[in-house]
Write a protein that binds this ligand. Structure first.
Ligand SMILES: Cc1cc2nc3c(=O)[nH]c(=O)nc-3n(C[C@H](O)[C@H](O)[C@H](O)COP(=O)(O)OP(=O)(O)OC[C@H]3O[C@@H](n4cnc5c(N)ncnc54)[C@H](O)[C@@H]3O)c2cc1C
Ligand SMILES: NC(=O)c1ccc[n+]([C@@H]2O[C@H](COP(=O)([O-])OP(=O)(O)OC[C@H]3O[C@@H](n4cnc5c(N)ncnc54)[C@H](O)[C@@H]3O)[C@@H](O)[C@H]2O)c1
Length: 471
C-alpha cells in the first residue's frame, strides 16, 4: 500500500489543476489516469473541436468583408484543417502533459482507479497488476463524463459517432446526420458542414441551445440553414441500422440515410465503475458536492469531487476553477487553516452558480455568462431584460458587412447590477470576459457608465445596453 496526502482520480484539466494546487499547498499527491493525461478536453473535446471550427470561422469572417472577400474565393482545405486538428490533439499522445506532471513532483499512476472504502483507492494497472493507494487527507474524484447514447434498436451495431469520433475523424463524411440540439450538436454540424459534409440536424425539441437565451438558438439555426444544413425540429430517431451507410428511422415515419450519424445527446458522469458503493454513494450518478467540493452524504470529510463528474458545470474552465479552489481547500484543511466560505470567498466555488461563462463556437458565436432571463425569473429575482441589435453598433458594422447579432443584459432591479449577459454575433467570444467581470464583480450599473468602451469596437454594445436601460 502506497500512502499519499491526496489521491486524485482522473488527470483531465480538473484533476491536473486540483493536484497542482494541493501539491503547491505542501501535500504529496498521486494522480490516477486510465487513458491520456489531459483528459477529454485535450484529445476529444475542446481542443480538436475548436481546431476544426476556427478555419471555418476565419473563412466565413473574411467572406463578410468586401475587399477581403474577393481575395479568398476557394473552400476550406479539409486535409490541412484535419492535419492542424491532429496537431492540436497532440496526435493523441500525452507526452507533453506527462512532462508537465513530472516537473511538478506529482506522482502519475497509470490505470483504472476505484474507491475501496474510506481514503483507499485500488488501481488496475495496464500490465494487469493491481496497486493500492491510501490518502492521509483526501481523495478527489475528477473522472469527468462520457457520451450518453439513447436506448435504440440497432444502435450499437450501427457504430454511431459520439463526440469522440466527431472530433477525431480522419475523413470528411459525404453525408452526416447529427442527433441533438445542444452545444456539441451545433458546433459539430457547423464544423463538418464547413468541411464539405451534407449535414442534417435532427432536433427532438423546438429550438437549438435550449439552456441559453432563445434568440441564441434562433440566430444559430438561421445561419446553419443559410450554410446548407438541414435543421429538422420535433424529430427523434426510433431505430438505426448500418447497411454500408447508416439508415435512421425517424419519428415521422421517414427514413434518412447518411454515411455517419453523430449522437450528441448529452453526457453521463464517469462513475459507473468507480467503487462508489464502497463509500455509500450510488454508481452512475454525479457526485453531489458542497461549495468547498466535499461530497455530500460521505462522512469523515475526505471525499471531494470536481469538474464534470459533480454535474455543477460541464465546462473545462469551470472544472479548472473548481480544481484550483478545492485543491487549495484540501491543503488548507490539512494544515488546519481556516477556510473563507462566505459567497465569493477563497474556499468556495460561487461562480458555478452566479457567474458561469460559456462560449459556443458556432457562426455566429454565442457568448453568455450568468443567468438567462428565464433562469433569473425562475430564481425569483425582480429583473428587466435589456436587448440591443448588435448590428447597430458602429464597431460591429465595420467588423462585418451586414453584421447579424444581438445582445441581452439581465438587470437585477433591486440591486441595479447584472445577473447575466448574452452576446450573439461574430467576434463576441472575446467580449465575454468583460461581462463575466461585471457579473462576478457585481459591478453597479452606475459604475458601468464609467467603463467607457473604445470607439469603434464591438464593445460599444455596453454603452448601447446602458443607454437602452436608462431610456
Ligand atoms: C465535443 C466537446 C467539445 C467541448 N468543448 C468545450 C469547450 O470548447 N470549452 C469548454 O469549456 N468545455 C468544452 N467541453 C466540455 C469539456 O470537455 C469538459 O467540461 C472537460 O473535459 C471536463 O474536464 P474534467 O477534467 O472534469 O473531465 P475529463 O476531461 O473528462 O477528464 C477525466 C479524466 O479522468 C479519467 N478517468 C475516468 N475514470 C477514471 C478512473 N476510474 N480511473 C482513472 N482515470 C479515470 C479519464 O480518462 C479522463 O482523462 C466540450 C465537450 C465536448 C464533448
Ligand atoms: N463550447 C463549449 O463550451 C462546449 C462545446 C461542447 C460541449 N460542451 C459541454 O459539454 C456538455 C455536453 O454537450 P452536449 O451537446 O452533448 O449536451 P447538451 O446537454 O448540451 O445537449 C444534449 C441535447 O441532446 C438532446 N437529447 C438528449 N437525448 C436525446 C435523444 N434520445 N434524442 C434526441 N435528442 C436528445 C437534448 O434535448 C439536448 O438538446 C454540455 O454541457 C456543454 O456545456 C461545451
Amino acid at each position: 500500500m502506497d500512502e499519499f496526502d491526496v489521491v486524485v482520480l482522473g488527470a483531465g484539466p480538473t484533476g491536473e489543476n486540483l493536484a497542482e494546487r494541493a501539491h503547491a499547498g505542501g501535500l504529496t499527491v498521486a494522480i490516477v489516469e486510465s487513458e491520456l493525461v489531459g483528459g477529454e478536453c485535450s484529445y476529444w473535446a475542446c481542443m480538436p473541436s475548436k481546431a476544426l471550427l476556427r478555419p471555418a470561422a476565419a473563412l466565413a469572417e473574411t467572406g463578410r468583408v468586401a475587399g477581403a472577400r474577393e481575395a479568398v474565393t476557394g473552400a476550406l482545405d479539409a486535409a490541412a484543417v484535419l492535419k492542424r486538428r491532429d496537431e492540436f490533439a497532440s496526435h493523441w499522445k500525452d507526452d507533453g502533459q506527462v512532462g508537465w506532471l513530472d516537473s511538478t513532483g506529482i506522482t502519475l499512476v497509470r490505470g483504472h482507479g476505484r474507491l475501496d472504502g474510506e481514503r483507499r483507492v485500488v488501481v488496475d494497472t495496464p500490465d494487469g497488476g493491481r496497486r493500492e493507494l491510501s490518502a492521509r487527507h483526501a481523495v478527489a474524484v475528477c473522472t469527468g463524463t462520457r457520451a450518453a447514447l439513447p436506448e435504440l434498436p440497432g444502435l450499437a451495431e450501427a457504430r454511431p459517432w459520439t463526440s469522440r469520433e466527431a472530433t477525431s475523424s480522419p475523413r470528411v463524411p459525404a453525408r452526416l446526420a447529427v442527433v441533438g440540439g445542444g452545444v456539441v450538436a451545433v458546433e459539430m454540424a457547423t464544423a463538418w458542414r464547413a468541411l464539405g459534409s451534407d449535414v442534417v440536424l435532427l432536433v427532438r425539441g423546438d429550438r437549438l441551445l435550449p439552456k441559453l437565451e432563445p434568440f441564441a438558438g434562433e440566430l444559430v439555426a438561421e445561419s446553419l440553414r443559410a450554410a446548407g444544413v438541414e435543421v429538422r425540429f420535433g424529430t427523434t430517431v426510433t431505430a438505426v441500422r448500418r447497411d454500408g451507410p447508416v439508415v435512421l428511422t425517424l419519428s415521422d415515419g421517414r427514413a434518412l440515410t447518411a454515411d455517419e450519424v453523430l449522437f450528441a445527446t448529452g453526457r453521463v458522469p464517469a462513475t459507473a465503475d468507480l467503487g462508489l458503493e464502497s463509500v455509500g454513494l450510488e454508481a452512475g450518478k454525479p457526485i453531489e458536492v458542497d461549495d468547498t467540493g466535499l461530497a455530500v452524504g460521505v462522512t469523515g470529510g475526505w471525499l471531494y469531487a470536481a469538474g464534470d463528474v459533480n454535474g455543477r458545470a460541464l465546462l473545462t474552465h469551470q472544472g479548472k476553477y473548481q480544481g484550483r479552489i478545492f485543491g487549495t481547500v484540501i491543503a488548507d484543511r490539512a494544515a488546519g487553516r481556516e477556510l473563507d466560505q462566505a459567497p465569493w470567498g477563497r474556499s468556495v466555488a460561487t461562480a458555478d452558480e452566479r457567474a458561469l461563462p460559456q462560449v459556443v463556437f458556432t457562426d455566429p458565436e454565442v457568448a453568455a455568462v450568468g443567468l438567462s432571463l428565464e433562469q433569473a425569473e425562475r430564481r425569483g429575482h425582480r429583473v428587466r431584460a435589456v436587448d440591443y441589435d448588435l448590428g447597430g453598433v458602429a464597431g460591429a458594422s465595420l467588423y462585418a458587412d451586414g453584421y447579424r447579432g444581438r445582445a441581452r443584459a439581465v438587470v437585477d432591479l433591486d440591486r441595479e447590477t447584472l445577473l447575466g449577459v448574452t452576446f450573439v454575433g461574430s467576434g463576441v467570444a472575446e467580449l465575454l470576459h468583460s461581462a463575466t467581470i461585471a457579473v462576478a464583480g457585481e459591478v453597479p450599473i452606475a459604475r458601468l457608465w464609467h467603463a467607457v468602451p473604445s470607439y469603434p469596437t464591438i464593445s460599444e454594445i455596453w454603452l448601447r445596453l446602458l443607454e437602452t436601460y436608462r431610456g
